[in-house]
Write a protein that binds this ligand. Structure first.
Ligand code: G1P
Ligand code: ZN
Length: 543
């Protein structure tokens, strides 16, 4: 086994986005591409010599090859040990948990999350720090800076490590420990939730479907729901992971998980249904005849988490990303909790969780999590819902109606314009930014504008400031429009428009969201001139 130093040169565009570096798989497979980025990670964290890392991914195309390259590079740079999920598989939350329980120096997760996989689709690499959470911005900035000056990388010339067998092997002077990707995570879930109560719920005839979308949560859900909790065989749908996720988008929302949504709207509906994404950190919650928006889900979980063992001591605080609806704010206010508003992306929650300022956090993009790991966690959210339903013993619909009667309802929708010309998208935002000052006091169909600003975040823990995190327009009646560009897209720009309106109840709690939001949608177009700027007259994806 020989250590080789390979000369290379910086490759443009290796800037980590909202969640690591995401590119087309072919790009990652290009000469030196992955190696440059991994070497930049080593350089940015002060080298890997003597360190222990976790490694795994969501099983998409190139996952296995990339894992072997990273192992050889870690060994060549003197890492002490890498803990790898069997077959290089680890869901994002399971990786976060392993980093924490094994007290490693961090980990690398191979995933492009909910983006489709395959040779012609997307791949991604993200580095998580020793707290188990996504690299904070100062670290991703350093990684990017290193990609701009990388001149060589070190790699071992060796055979592949057999990752199909659990146990420990040597790779040069480095140890590679192959672990069951599910076991530790499943034990953590068992420690947080009342599995007896959930088992009793399933025994009483409660039915559920979980759509793993051919992605990484299949084995996790089968073990936890069917094997440990006694849900009927067949509860888990599409439970065998495949490198291209069965050709679909492993994104748990009403567009990409339509068959599951159709099922809950049909006469064969189960009592409860859920889905998760490519790497297992997102979730979608459904009841019979009902889609629960992620923003509402966060609010319901915040209001009821104390009914479950892991959260029986109450919550320290809650946090939501800025574009997420204000539903959880109302719960926090009623419970006397602080509600933090952070920029989009999970990395901003880490400091709040580490500092004990928040226990639950969530995003409108189907991400919910708590201080049990430092990532959002799809199956965890599903189990928290199940535990709450087991305690409250009503339907999802009854639970939601009770919630809205008490707190009012935040109708919510997100419109995405994908692969828009990047220049035109930023021109649109520049124009809007320039006109923000004129908006307060003006009346639109959605109401009278109360505040129009660009969101910036001052981290209350480390004092860092993140600018330009979205343009927001709030109306006197509680409605709100937010515009921002995606930081995870791989083609052109993706414009996201977040739409919200509030109904205090008791009437108007059961409208169709697109009707309740019609005036806000019209005002979003009028204020920003979306179609004129982007050349699109309708969004590509509405969730
Ligand atoms: C999207 C979501 C964001 C989420 C991220 C990673 O980022 O909007 O909430 O944290 O994916 O899953 P965006 O593409 O909007 O930057
Ligand atoms: Zn994900």
């Amino acid at each position: 086994m020989e250590r080789i130093r390979v000369e290379t040169a910086p490759i443009e565009g290796q800037k980590p986005g909202t969640s690591g570096l995401r590119k087309k798989t072919e790009v990652f497979m290009g000469e030196h591409y992955l190696e440059n980025f991994v070497q930049a990670i080593w350089n940015a964290i002060g080298g890997v010599a003597g360190k222990t890392l976790v490694l795994g991914g969501d099983g998409r195309y190139f996952n296995d090859r990339a894992a072997q390259v990273i192992l050889r590079m870690a060994a060549a740079s003197g890492a002490a040990k890498v803990i790898v999920g069997r077959d290089a598989i680890l869901s994002t939350p399971a990786a976060s948990h392993l980093i924490r329980t094994r007290q490693t120096d961090g980990g690398i997760i191979l995933s492009a999350s909910h983006n489709p996989g395959g040779r012609d689709e997307d791949f991604g690499v993200k580095f998580n720090a020793a707290n188990g959470g996504p690299a904070p911005e100062d670290l991703t900035d350093r990684i990017f800076a290193e990609t701009e000056r990388v001149a060589f990388y070190d790699i071992l010339s060796s055979h592949d490590v057999d990752l199909s067998v659990e146990g420990e092997v040597a790779l040069g002077d480095m140890r590679v420990e192959v672990v069951d990707p599910v076991a530790d995570y499943a034990s953590l879930m068992e420690a947080l939730f009342d599995f007896d109560a959930i088992r009793a719920l399933f025994n009483s005839g409660f039915t559920m479907r979980f759509d793993a979308m051919h992605a990484v949560t299949g084995p996790y859900a089968t073990e936890i729901l069917e094997n440990r909790l006694g849900a009927a065989k067949g509860t888990v749908l599409n439970g065998t992971p495949s490198p291209d996720f069965g050709g679909g988008h492993p994104d748990p929302n009403p567009i990409w998980a339509k068959p599951l949504v159709d099922l809950v709207m049909s006469s064969d509906a189960p009592d409860f249904a859920a889905a998760s994404d490519g790497d297992g950190d997102r979730n979608m919650i459904l009841g019979r005849g009902l889609y629960v928006t992620p923003s509402d889900s966060l609010a319901v979980l915040a209001a009821n988490a104390h009914l479950t063992p892991g959260y029986s001591g109450g919550l320290k605080g809650v946090a939501r990303s800025m574009p997420t609806s204000g539903a959880v704010d109302r719960v926090a206010e009623a419970m006397g909790l602080t509600c933090f508003e952070t920029p989009t992306g999970w990395k901003f929650f880490g400091n709040l969780l580490d500092a004990g300022k928040a226990t639950l956090c969530g995003e409108e993009s189907a991400g919910t999590g708590s201080d049990h790991v430092r990532e959002k966690d799809g199956l965890w959210a599903v189990l928290l819902w199940l535990n709450i339903l087991a305690v409250k013993s009503g339907s999802v619909k009854e639970l939601m109606l009770d919630h809205w009667r008490r707190y009012g309802r935040n109708y919510y929708s997100r419109h995405d314009y994908e692969a828009v010309d990047a220049g035109r998208a930023s021109d649109m935002l520049d124009a809007l930014r320039g006109g923000l000052g004129d908006l307060p006091g003006r009346a639109f169909a959605a109401g009278v504008v109360s505040v129009a600003d660009e969101f910036a975040y001052d981290d209350p823990v480390d004092g860092s400031r993140s600018e330009r995190q979205g343009l927001r327009i709030a109306f006197e009646n509680g409605s709100r429009i937010v515009y921002r560009l995606s930081g995870t897209g791989t083609v052109g720009a993706t414009l996201r428009v977040y739409l919200e309106t509030y109904s205090p109840g008791p009437d108007g709690l059961e409208e169709a969201p697109e009707e309740a939001l019609a005036a806000v949608i019209a005002s979003a177009e009028e204020i920003a001139g979306i179609s004129e700027h982007t050349g699109r007259d309708a969004p590509d994806v509405t969730t």
